[in-house]
Each structure stands twice: as structure tokens, then as C-alpha cells.
Write a protein that binds this ligand. Sequence first.
Ligand code: MN
Length: 231
Amino acid sequence: MAYVFDVPLPASVPVIGTDEVFPVHRIYCVGRNYAEHAKEMGHTGREAPFFFMKPADAVLPVLPGIVGEMPYPSMTANLHHEVELVVAIGKNGSNIAVADAAQYVWGYAVGLDMTRRDLQQQAKEQGRPWCTGKGFDFSAPIAPIYPVTGINDIEHATIHLDVNGQQRQHSDIAQLIWSVSEVIAHLSQYFVLKAGDLIFTGTPAGVAAVVQGDVLTAGITGLGELKLKLI
Ligand code: MN
């Protein structure tokens, strides 16, 4: 048996300080996981976590010291930034207990859940899926993954995003409504988590539009910075 055309290599994200890459299996995202962002989107901030997905090859890895380039996507006039803590899963599991969830974390990274807000808003109003608003090409810029062994106290790290040097988003991972372990526990009730999965854990308040030429700088304490230009 042969494949009818060459099988592409899996999407991947570099691992900091090595030549190794983390092969991406799936990208899960948590909606409205910071109370202040839930409020700015018109919600109370008191609901159970909910999830959506991006395709694995939506990742746009950006190395340290480099200004990555993201093409401004088609079919939108309102592209928003959402800076997020990304959890990289290192082993398979389902129905994972909150107390066991940390064992499934391989590493962490800074990521951006780039969003065609106009299309997402239309989808919400019409009860339609979010795929075109959230799951488009290059919609998941991401800095290198830091293995969990070198990370301490990520739960109290600060998270920020500046656009052209002006602060847009600034918060603390401690402000997550659902913690990393709780997110893993919830998500693993719906899907078998696999080594290679990435989980975008939600964005704090301050989401807003960016345009071509804007330079975004996103960072989380201990995980470096991601710089990205919209072209
Ligand atoms: Mn998001």
C-alpha cells in the first residue's frame, strides 16, 4: 500500500534551547477563561469551560529574537489579538483527575489565538460554528515550548501583550477562572488527550483589532516573548 501523494510532516513547534521540535497533534482552545474578558464579551464569567479547536497546521512558530510575520487574513475587517498561555500535552489520557493533570503537561508556551472577530460575532448571532472566525491559516502564532521541568510557578506568572509598544493586555495566570489542571480534567472528559496536543487556555481582557504593519509583543513570565508583525 502506498499513499497517493507525499505525506506532509506534522506541524511542529520548536523546543527552547534545543534542535528538537514538538509535533502538534491537535489544538484545543478554551473560551472566556478570564472573568474580565468574559465581561468585555458580554458574559458573567461564571460558566463551565467550553472548547473550540484550530487545525494543527494553524501554528505559526516564531523563534526568539525574530519578528515573525503573519499575513493579514482574508475575509475579515476586524482581526483581534488574544494572548494566551499554551499548555503542551506530553502523554495520552482521558477522564483525567484534577490532582493528576500536572503529569500530562510536557511544557508551556506563549501563544496568540488570532481571531476574525467579525466572523466569530456573525457565527454567534446565527448559531453557526466558529471555524472561519478561529481556525484559519496562521491563526495560532506561538513561541518555542519550554519543558515543564524548567518552569516554576507558572500559575502566578504575568501575561501581557503590547501593540506598537502600547500595552493592550496585562494580567496574571492566577486570574484564570479554570486553572490549567482543571482545564485538562474538563477537556479530557470530551476527548482522549494525546501527546502533541496544544491547549490555548484563554485570554485576559483587552482584546482589540490589529492592522497591517502593527507589531505585537506577547509575553509570559518565564516563557520569553513572541514578536509578530502583521503583513
Ligand atoms: Mn482565545
